[in-house]
Design a protein around this ligand. Structure first.
Ligand SMILES: [Fe+2]
Length: 375
């Protein structure tokens, strides 16, 4: 059954399938009880051995630990995501039931990410980082998000940010976007580990691979004419930046990569798109919206692993702290998710990295580096 799951979505059955059937959904891999137990105990073991997943000696040995410790089936799966960028690759995979979450040890969901006791999520940081290590890819942090804020970010609905287009929002749909579409050096891979989703919020994924290869709406997106303001954590002129334009699609013309943020590039009235650029974006979005996959409702312990060049992510609107029980909204613990980002090459981000921390990306907006920060 498991091998069937592995091959059912992304494996072409024949050459003609490869050409005629774009992937429309991520593979959903059911993690076995043995694998889950193994992974959970690896997290505890690494916590005992290293204490912190941000320790230099742990990160330096990340790939060795990933290949040595993780179940082989999971390593192979992630290796494949790190090497297959073909027309048949959806660009995301769901690891269902990856870990056992100890809800008592985790405690109540804090008011926002600022109050998160990082000690309570250390094991999950080790597990997430090992998965990135298996790709292989190296966990990094971005000054543009939480001024770095560590390699693992708790994503928690924040009452004060409920209407925002950010991870802290809840009351509006978070439009699909590739992470940090306003940077040239955005993450290559993302992981989203769900500790709680009692509100039953569906996650959204959208893959550039889901279009027909010769879709007319794609070609204009290779032109470097599109603006992308910084995300909703910024406002006004600070968000618009220097008005640099770039392409939405790049790389192979038949199997492109994507850098796209629907909220910032289409719905942000201050984005400063030209009329022509907006026309192309809207034509593309009309087709893309129909290809969004939103059938997956993450449960506690599930993880979504994403190639940020192929697949955008988002989520439906929800009422934080309430779940629907037979038509009645009853209180529940608020949603909590852990995000990690990684780059496959540290060498290639050093022109925008912090001089004393090669894992901290200091890019502010399309190649521009923060200048007002003390190094
Ligand atoms: Fe995001």
């Amino acid at each position: 059954m498991e091998s069937l799951l592995l091959t059912s979505v992304n494996e072409p059955q024949s050459v003609s399938d490869l050409i005629t059937q774009p992937p429309l959904a991520p593979a959903i891999i059911q993690i076995t009880a043995d694998e889950r137990e193994e992974i959970t105990s690896i997290g505890k073991y690494l916590k005992r051995k290293y204490g912190s997943y941000e320790r230099a000696d742990y990160i330096a040995a990340l790939h060795m630990n990933a290949f040595r410790l993780l179940p082989e089936r999971i390593v192979r799966l992630l290796n494949r995501l790190g090497t297959d960028f073909s027309a048949r690759q959806y660009g995301a995979v769901v690891l269902k039931g990856l870990i056992e979450v100890d809800h008592e040890a985790l405690g109540a969901t804090p008011a926002s990410w600022r109050e998160m006791d990082k000690e309570r999520i250390v094991e999950y940081g080790f597990i997430s980082s090992l998965l990135h290590g298996a790709v292989p890819s190296k966990p990094v942090q971005y000054y543009a998000q939480r001024k770095g804020g560590g390699l693992l970010h708790a994503i928690i609905p924040d009452a004060g940010m409920a209407w925002s287009q950010t991870g802290s929002g809840s009351k509006t749909e978070l439009f699909v976007h590739t992470e940090d579409a306003f940077l040239f050096n955005a993450a290559d891979f993302l992981s989203f580990l769900y500790l709680r989703n009692e509100e039953q919020v569906p996650s959204m994924l959208y893959s550039i691979r889901s279009h027909q290869q010769d879709a007319a709406v794609l070609q204009p997106l290779f032109a470097p004419i599109y603006t992308c303001p910084k995300d909703a954590n910024y406002a006004g002129q600070e968000a618009i930046g220097e008005g640099i334009t770039t392409s939405v699609l790049y790389g192979n013309s038949k199997a492109p990569f994507i850098r796209f943020d629907a909220a910032e590039q289409i719905y942000n009235t201050e984005a400063g798109q030209s009329a022509g650029a907006m026309e192309h974006l809207k034509a593309f979005w009309k087709e893309a919206r129909e290809l969004i996959y939103c059938d997956f409702i993450p449960e506690s312990g599930d993880l979504i692993f994403v190639n940020n060049h192929l697949c955008a992510h988002g989520r439906s609107a929800f009422t934080a702290g309430f779940r629907n029980e037979g038509g009645n909204m009853v209180p529940c613990e608020r949603r909590m998710m852990l995000r990690m980002m990684s780059k496959t090459s540290l060498l290639h981000i050093q022109q925008v990295a912090h001089p004393y921390n090669p894992y901290l990306v200091m890019e502010e907006h399309y190649g521009k580096v923060y200048t007002s920060v003390q190094n």
